[in-house]
Design a protein around this ligand. Structure first.
Ligand SMILES: [Zn+2]
Length: 362
């Protein structure tokens, strides 16, 4: 049986309805089915497409610009936090449960707008995709990029990830490297016959401790970089001088650098160490100087802030499309058991986007 969703309902109620259809990554069939059925029935003005558990819908009105609104349908595993609970009432209503923050509030706002904006100022593309919370190779948006690339085209992408209802622009890149030191095994009773690989790592740890991360301003957004040791391994036995030590380092870098430039920076910093790149993900420039992005910033009326984590915004940026995060919910509550969202933030996001997306008659 498919749950039926009322897209014209208050986006707060629509959020509650979406939360009560569990959709842990890889298990989005029920929710994707309900979203598809609701769009087909309640938004007949939109062209629909489906790819696996990703549902796409768009207008084709020949407007001079196109805005892409993307939200993932999946959640992290349920943690005794479903079905949805409500506390407070009226203006103080809070929705609690898995997905309230990450990110069914954003999905509800987009679905509501998809069904209720008849005369948009821009052409609109809505993407409700699967498998965002798991390994990148299964990400629904990545599949659309490969199979239906024309559906990602636009002048601005809005990803509805939780941002406390504030525009978060761009995102930092992330990369991991491993430093490896070699030594010579020996009995610790005759340590002078060996070479200690763990001791040899000390200068690298010292550099990390002394490192002053950059703070970079781009389009009025401040990005704070980070360089942290996240793992260290080494040692063979309690009485053996270790012959190998591996230090894993995570670097979060501002989007004025490419991943390759960030790696080069680390090669200089850790000169003399054997350095292996484990993985990299490019950051995304905020792109707020693009005209469509500027209009959104005006409609939101606040000062945009830098996104510090990595999100699918970077995928759009890689395609040359300015992209921002804008959605209800406190991102620090995402993936926690206590996930909850204030109804007021959902309403706020819906109002801002309606103002931005609707054709103004003056
Ligand atoms: Zn998310």
């Amino acid at each position: 049986m498919t749950t039926s969703l009322d897209l014209t309902a208050d986006p707060v109620e629509l959020t509650a309805a979406l939360v009560d259809v569990p959709s842990v990554s890889g298990d989005e069939d029920a929710l994707a089915g309900a979203v598809k059925a609701a769009l087909a029935e309640q938004a007949p003005h939109l062209e629909l497409a489906v790819s696996g558990n990703t549902v796409l819908a768009r207008t084709n009105l020949g407007r001079p610009s196109r805005v892409v609104l993307a939200g993932h349908l999946d959640t992290v595993p349920i943690n005794d936090n479903l079905p949805l609970r409500r506390t407070g009432a009226g203006g103080d209503l809070v929705l609690h449960g898995c997905g309230t923050v990450d990110m069914k509030g954003g999905d509800a706002v987009f679905l509501h707008l998809a069904a209720t904006i008849a005369e948009p100022a821009h052409d609109l593309t809505f993407i409700f995709y699967d498998c965002e919370e798991i390994e990148a190779s299964r990400n629904g948006l990545g599949r659309i990029e490969r199979d239906l690339p024309e559906w990602l085209r636009g002048d601005l992408a809005i990803v509805g990830e939780p941002s406390n209802g504030v525009i978060e622009a761009g995102c930092q890149g992330t990369l991991r490297i491993e430093l490896r030191t070699k030594g010579i095994r020996a009995h610790t009773a005759r340590a002078w016959m060996g070479e200690n690989a763990i001791h040899a790592m000390a200068p690298a740890l010292h550099k990390l401790d002394e490192y002053e991360p950059r703070e970079v301003d781009i389009d009025g957004c401040r990005y704070r970089e980070g360089l942290q040791a996240v793992k260290i391994t080494g040692g063979v036995a309690g009485n053996v001088v270790p012959d190998e030590c591996v230090l894993t380092i995570n670097h979060r870098f501002a989007p004025d650098r490419t991943a390759a430039q960030a790696v080069d920076h680390l090669r200089v910093l850790f000169e003399g160490f054997e350095l292996t790149v484990v993985d990299t993900a490019e950051g995304a420039l905020p792109g707020l100087s693009a005209p469509t992005a500027r209009q959104l910033v005006e409609a939101a009326g606040g000062t945009p802030v830098a996104k510090l984590g990595w999100t699918d915004v970077a995928r759009f940026a890689a395609l040359g499309i300015p992209a921002v995060n804008f959605g209800p919910g406190d991102p620090t509550l995402a993936h926690t058991q206590q996930e909850h969202v204030a109804a007021g933030q959902i309403t706020h996001c819906a109002e801002v986007l309606r103002r931005f997306l609707s054709r103004v008659s003056r």
